[in-house]
Design a protein around this ligand. Structure first.
Ligand code: ATP
Ligand code: MG
Length: 475
């Protein structure tokens, strides 16, 4: 029996001369002899060489792009350029045919839009193989970072009865039939949970409860937002990483965000090089179709290295507003939303101006006006601003949003009143401030935005296996 191996093993781990068998999908078959076989274990395909005489014509006709085959034979040094080894096939078995005339993936370049429509088959392409191997590495690195730094993972709930955070952006969870449209006068007593419930928009409030017991925790799970924004940075279902740390103030929070980013990016640069090089070329090709002045001056790995080597610029909201107010695009009315006064909410065009044009590096903006941020953020002594922070990245805009939390019971109650949040709905949250309250901080890192940054994929729909967006949940 030949040893069953993956393509990655055959190319890197097994020595020439070994009898092996490999299963995978045919990428191409040329000259009736050369099969490019890929099983997704790595970017590269392996060349399997058959002797036409050894396989009758009916079988050879079934070796088509997309078909699934198992080859057995000897791994040998390859005479061909660009590969060290190849398989000399002794036996070949067709595991699954793919009708050549109908199979949608051909050995040529397909547009990302086209591939989104066949999201069930796109894992078989080089680009999506690379993206999802990198996504896996990032996910692994996130857990490794927290584990090595003494954090405990908390599984925050996906179904939640608290809607303090997501007003208007939440998906309802119900078994009631029919679901009535009028939110306010529905009687929920007969429904599954006996009250109104939703899919969570964030695990933060629950993470806070655990931080005030286990000190350093994080969540890493799916979150849901019914926001009707068809952008390249928003999904209705996305994954969020939310650390929450007791006894930590805002400066520590900023440092934690930087350390996390550097660790995971460094990990991928070390362990995902083959895929990164491929994605870098892909991105460079994509950039060529853009006007000169919109092209990024840096290649993908250069951009990643830049983040590893340069501290993020820390800038207060007030300083940022001054910079934006006096900026060229503001004076020439090039911004869609002009910055006129202190208190304005920053749009993605402003965030990107700061990061890409003004500072030329990732930026941490902090101390935002209280009015444009959530009720739980810690009030500063000026009475106007809160200890919020957003991390802004080139090409992405906001990638992290976080804050030091309000730990003082009276101020928190006052804030909830201002935000019209009934105390009864959050009694459990308030009890952490009543009993043994302490300073604490945390943030949310959108995992797909991180994957976008690391892979250089422009559209967020291309970095999650099955994107959920308004009007679209096919696969
Ligand atoms: P944005 O202004 O981009 O909508 P936000 O202020 O609503 O972001 P937060 O509520 O602070 O975002 O969420 C924390 C992080 O989650 C964001 O920094 C971002 O990385 C990510 N995120 C937020 N909304 C989405 C979404 N709809 N799809 C994907 N990621 C998201
Ligand atoms: Mg939002």
């Amino acid at each position: 029996m030949n040893q069953a191996v993956s393509v990655a093993q055959a190319l890197k781990k097994v020595s020439a001369g070994t009898d092996i068998s490999i299963s995978g999908w045919v990428r191409s078959f040329r000259n009736d002899r050369f099969i490019q076989l890929n099983d997704g274990s790595c970017l590269a395909s392996i060349q399997a060489v058959i002797e036409p005489e050894a396989h009758d014509e009916t079988q050879r006709k079934r070796i088509t792009t997309g078909s699934c085959v198992q080859v057995s034979g000897k791994l040998v040094d390859s005479p061909a350029k660009g590969q060290e080894v190849e398989v000399h096939v002794e036996t070949l078995e067709i595991l699954g045919d793919a009708d050549a005339a109908a199979y949608p993936l051909q050995p040529k370049k397909h547009s990302l839009e086209f591939l989104r429509d066949i999201a069930h088959l796109r894992p078989r392409t080089n680009t999506f193989g690379a993206v999802f191997r990198i996504r896996h590495l990032l996910q692994y690195a996130v857990h490794a970072f927290f584990h090595e730094n003494g954090f405990f993972h908390v599984a925050s709930p996906i179904i939640t009865a608290s809607d303090a955070e997501g007003a208007g952006e939440m998906f309802r969870v119900t078994t009631a039939d029919p679901v009535r449209d009028e939110h306010s006068d529905v009687d929920h007593s007969g429904d599954f949970f006996g009250k109104e419930t939703h899919l969570t928009v964030s695990g933060q409030l629950e993470a806070e409860l655990f931080a005030m017991g286990l000190s350093k925790v994080y969540t890493f799970g799916p979150t849901f937002r019914a926001e009707n924004s068809n952008t390249s940075r928003h999904l209705a279902e996305f994954w969020m990483i939310e650390p929450e740390v007791a006894f930590m103030e805002l400066e520590g929070n900023m440092t934690l965000a930087e350390d996390l980013m550097r660790y995971v990016i460094g990990y991928v640069m070390k362990h995902g090089e083959e895929d990164l090089i491929f994605l870098e070329k892909r991105l460079a090709d994509e950039e060529k179709s853009k006007p000169q002045n919109e092209r990024s001056p840096m290649g993908l790995r250069e951009k990643l290295r830049f983040v590893l080597e340069n501290p993020f610029k820390r800038v207060s909201y007030t300083e940022a507003i001054d910079i934006l107010r006096n900026s060229k695009p503001n004076k020439k009315k090039k911004f869609k939303y002009l910055i006129e006064e202190w208190g304005a909410d920053l749009q993605s065009e402003h965030e990107r101006f700061l990061v890409e044009k003004h500072f030329g590096s990732p930026v941490v903006l902090y101390d935002y006006p209280a009015d444009i941020k959530a009720f739980y953020m810690r009030q500063n002594d000026d009475g106007k601003t809160v200890r919020a922070m957003d991390v802004l990245f080139p090409g992405i805009g906001e990638i992290v949003g976080g804050s030091q939390r309000e730990e003082r019971l009276d101020i928190l109650q006052e804030k909830m009143k201002q935000f019209d949040i009934p105390e009864e709905s959050m009694w459990w949250y308030l009890e952490t401030r009543k009993y043994g309250s302490c300073k604490h901080s945390g943030f949310g890192l959108g995992f797909e935005r991180l994957v976008q940054f690391v892979t250089g994929m422009t559209n967020i729909r291309d970095v999650i296996p099955f994107p959920r967006t308004p009007g679209s949940a096919e696969f």
